[in-house]
Design a protein around this ligand. Structure first.
Ligand code: ZN
Length: 197
């Protein structure tokens, strides 16, 4: 069974004078009647407009996956009142219940893979699609500022500098892992790109 994916918001990160503007890429996954949001971000207007365009309401979402806890990825999670929240290892319900997900979104073939480095509690989402093959929603394992050129040859991807990185060895390992499994990558901030094989 393949998933349908839609990039609702292309993530951005820019500085204007003393002010910083950032919100993550937000992706909608539909598979087997299950609706999943990956990283709701912190741009409320953009998220509401994008959902409206898909004829979706926050209440139609079953799961919200948070790739890590940075607020530019997570701030809007609470608007999805019928959803359960998923992080790198758990599923959280509004009644306080926490359980382990074992690397899968329940009722789907969508995989959650631990990818520390940018943050110790970081994960990515792997989906199989008809149009693009294996798509990895990579969040901040790969991301660019708006004024940076997005170079996607392997060498550039492996060495691209992440100013917020917590652990270099782990990040390198996570990048290698993703490049090995993805046909396409959706970065946390920047444009979706194809992996050259
Ligand atoms: Zn980010």
């Amino acid at each position: 069974m393949t998933a349908q994916i839609k990039i609702l918001i292309e993530g951005y990160a820019r500085k204007t004078g003393d002010e910083e503007f950032a919100s993550s890429t937000t992706v909608l996954i539909k598979e087997k009647g299950v609706n999943i949001i990956v990283d709701p971000g912190m741009d409320r207007k953009k998220l509401q407009d994008a959902l409206l365009k898909e004829r979706m309401e926050p209440n139609n979402i079953n799961y919200v996956i948070l790739t890590h806890y940075h607020l530019d990825h997570t701030l809007l999670a609470g608007i999805f009142e019928n959803a359960q929240i998923i992080d790198f290892e758990g599923i959280y319900s509004w009644d306080g219940k926490i359980k382990n997900h074992g690397g899968m979104v329940p009722g789907t073939d969508v995989k959650i893979i631990k990818t520390p480095g940018h943050d110790p509690f970081h994960c990515v989402v792997l989906t199989k699609t008809n149009n693009w093959g294996s798509v990895v929603i990579a969040a901040d394992v790969f991301w660019w500022q708006d004024d940076e050129e997005q170079k996607t040859d392997e060498e550039s991807l492996m060495t691209h500098e992440d100013p917020y990185m917590k652990n270099k060895e782990e990040l390198t390992e996570s990048r290698k892992k993703i490049l090995g499994i993805a046909d396409y990558i959706i970065p946390g901030h920047g444009k979706m790109f194809k992996i050259k094989k």
